[in-house]
Design a protein around this ligand. Structure first.
Ligand code: PAZ
Length: 360
């Protein structure tokens, strides 16, 4: 049971909140994926991506829990996760991509329906017999061909070639979550499966996870009715799962990278340092909501890095701070390319056993 009405430990959370229905099936798929990658000697990275929802009411129909009418959401389009996944694949990693249903995914993200709808760069070439009498209503009739607008061809070919190669190699496996409950159960089970990879596993936790939730026991059974004036909901705190993840689920060997998102720049470094101190993992990447596309800061243990890669290190502190910045006006450059390159370098050192894992 919860320790108090508003605080759950990870243990009490999993003892009282039910697992999502597809969990066992998902884990079978992960087991098989991990086995294949192990055989090939590849490193695996788990990338979490997108925001979690917190349903405010239950909707049980036909014996199954279905999406509720009202829920709280966490901000994230899934750009960081989907983009990073592509760069990890390029670096030779196998990727377990655990993302919010319908958020951006590697490769297809380039053709998002809102920013670059794919129908806009397809053209219809009428068939021979229709050329003289082509109308909108005749589109798609006998002999018509679809082709890609000339100026989009090169980029599409590049994306498609890598996408097909990744599929053929079987190095990308996708899992979805919607609610914070789905996310927590899936994260625990996937981390436990990945722990067999020992140091060759990286955990890249870019998803935006809710800090508050409504336990199943406190949720309204049906859609909350209006008519009683304002709505008051008291939410419980989501358990801090990084500690059990680092100490137990990953078997202490995994290279764990978490993200810290803030809107007050003054909080970014102190909160990232507190997180590292509290959970004892390897790296916290801090990002300011409004600058995240062109600036991030890596906070890690000072003794885990060569001094040349540290920007700021107060001699009395155990933490090292290094900033990554790109030109905000260069639309051909993605900061994830540099984030992933830096992490791959650090993960190699970690695998070679050249760094310390646990906080001093
Ligand atoms: O998905 P996106 O690119 O729009 O945003 C990425 C992000 C800001 C959600 C991610 O970089 C991040 O900081 N994730 C952790 C958020 C948190 O502190 O819960």
């Amino acid at each position: 049971m919860p320790e108090s009405s508003s605080s759950f430990s990870a243990e009490s959370y999993f003892a009282t909140q039910p697992p999502p229905p597809g969990l066992e099936h998902d884990i079978e798929g992960v087991k098989e994926f991990v086995r294949r990658q192990q055989e090939k000697g590849r490193n695996i990275v788990l990338v979490t991506s997108g925001g979690t929802t917190v349903p405010l009411e239950l909707n049980v129909a036909y014996g199954q829990l279905r999406p509720s009418v009202r829920f709280l959401d966490n901000f994230s389009a899934g750009t960081r996760g989907a983009t990073s996944a592509e760069y990890f694949l390029k670096a030779g990693y196998a990727v377990l991509f655990m993302h919010r249903q319908f958020s951006l995914q590697p490769f297809s993200r380039h053709y998002s329906h809102s920013t670059n709808p794919f129908l806009d760069f397809l053209e219809i070439e009428p068939g021979v017999e229709e050329r003289s009498s082509f109308t909108a209503s005749g589109a798609g009739s006998k002999g018509s061909q679809i082709c890609v607008t000339l100026d989009k061809r090169e980029t599409l070919l590049e994306v498609l070639t890598v996408y097909k190669a990744v599929h053929a190699a079987g190095t990308l496996h996708t899992l979805t979550f919607v609610t914070v409950n789905d996310y927590l159960w899936l994260l625990r089970a996937v981390s436990q499966e990945l722990s067999v990879m020992k140091r060759k596993a990286m955990y890249y936790l870019a998803a935006a996870v809710s800090d508050f939730f409504l336990p199943r026991q406190k949720m309204a059974k049906h859609k909350i009715q209006s008519g009683k004036g304002s709505l008051h909901i008291e939410m419980d705190q989501v358990p801090k799962i990084l500690k059990p993840m680092v100490d137990n689920w990953t078997g202490k060997d995994g290279f764990v990278v978490s993200f810290k998102l803030e809107t007050d720049p003054a909080l970014l470094i102190p909160k990232a340092e507190t997180s590292l101190q509290r959970y004892g993992h390897q790296v916290v990447i801090g990002n300011d909501l409004n600058r995240r596309k062109f600036e991030v800061v890596f906070i890690s243990w000072k003794d885990a890095l060569p001094s040349s890669s540290i920007d700021t290190a107060d001699s009395s502190s155990s933490f090292a701070e290094s900033w990554l910045r790109i030109d905000p006006y260069d639309h051909n450059k993605e900061i994830e390319e540099d984030i992933v390159a830096e992490l791959v370098k650090r993960h190699e050192m970690w695998i070679a056993g050249g760094t310390t894992s646990i906080k001093p």
